[in-house]
Design a protein around this ligand. Structure first.
Ligand SMILES: [Zn+2]
Ligand SMILES: [Zn+2]
Length: 331
């Protein structure tokens, strides 16, 4: 069953759904973090949001063909559990890890303990943390697209030909750890407290689910500063000129600042995927990037050819930036 696309109800739901699901998730996270078992209750909230998004994907899909099975559901869930498990173990030992990092870094950062503004309201600390973490996430993501040694891991995420809530966590574990390291280490070094990490984790979890959802949401001005499904569909485009854009995980502030923001005034791409070939099956996907045969399969084309295309994409991005036509559009 789908709503009538032209109905007022459809338009209202389409415009309100993204903020409604995001705020519901954050409210659930708030109560989870107040409880005696924060990780357990956070997982309950997370799974409830997954179920809600999956329901709306059936009711109002952005692309109907993406509802069809592609045989990758088990792999997607397995990669999610592996990556999410690592993050949660890191959160569980988070109280001791900052101390370990600080001990190592102390000689280099002698004022480390006084840098983070712990006197600020928690909401402001989380916003600050998101902006700082986003820079590391942006760099990690952009490097993963621009260097073949990292693309061989990140290609797994882009190898799907449909977007839906279940492939949100389809990341190779090496790709995830690289991204987490660049996103979190600056915060550890600045002395951010554990609640800031937990809230950033919550925001990232819900934005990630929403970013990959196959729901016809209208995100309007949110596209200017948050990573939305509309922006992220461009990022998954098969065309390098479209795909090597919108690297932001939660915020697109660094895309805006560094010239990789892309949001032309037309429906975002549904032709997604990569030119290379990623193995079928969870274990085969985990080991594929480590063999030379696997790397060649993933890259799909000779490195020089790919690099030439990437240079072409960079030139196209630069030309777009200089063009006079407005590239921002509310959807
Ligand atoms: Zn990517
Ligand atoms: Zn993605």
């Amino acid at each position: 069953m789908t709503f009538q696309n032209s109905s007022r109800l459809y338009a209202a739901v389409s415009s309100l759904l993204w903020p409604a699901i995001f705020c519901t998730g954050l409210t659930g996270a708030y109560f989870a973090f107040q409880s005696h078992m924060p990780l357990l209750w956070f997982n309950v909230v997370y799974l409830s949001i997954v179920a809600t998004i999956a329901l709306f994907e059936r009711l109002m899909p952005y692309e109907e063909t993406w509802l069809e099975r592609d045989g990758e559901t088990f792999s997607n869930v397995a990669h999610t559990l592996l990556s999410k498990g690592s993050v949660q173990i890191a959160a569980a030992i988070g109280t001791s890890f900052p101390m370990a990092v600080a001990t190592v870094a102390q000689p280099f950062l002698s004022h480390q303990a006084h840098i983070w503004p712990e006197q600020w309201p928690m909401a402001l600390q989380v916003v600050l943390g998101l902006v700082i973490a986003e820079f590391g996430l942006y760099v990690a993501h952009r490097l993963a697209h621009e260097y073949l040694s990292l693309w061989r891991f990140h290609a797994l995420h882009h190898s799907v030909e449909r977007l839906w809530v279940i492939n949100t966590g389809r990341f190779h574990i090496i790709d995830s750890l690289f991204k987490i390291a660049l996103g979190q280490i600056p915060l550890y070094l600045l002395g951010a407290p554990l609640p800031v990490f937990l809230w950033i984790g919550a925001v990232t979890a819900f934005i990630g689910l929403l970013t990959h959802c196959n729901i016809d949401v209208r995100t309007g001005p949110l596209d200017w500063f948050l990573s939305t499904p509309r922006l992220h569909r461009w990022h998954h485009s098969k065309l390098l000129a479209e795909g090597n854009t919108n690297y932001g995980e939660n915020l697109v502030i660094w895309d805006q600042v560094l010239g990789t923001y892309y949001n032309p005034p037309r429906p975002s791409s549904t032709d997604i995927g990569i030119s290379g070939k990623v193995a079928k099956g969870f274990l085969a996907q985990l080991v594929q990037p480590f063999s030379s045969k696997g790397r060649k399969q993933i890259i799909g084309k000779k490195p020089k050819e790919l690099l030439a295309k990437e240079e072409q994409a960079a030139r196209a991005a630069s030309a777009r930036k200089q063009a006079s036509e407005p590239i921002r559009k509310t959807s």
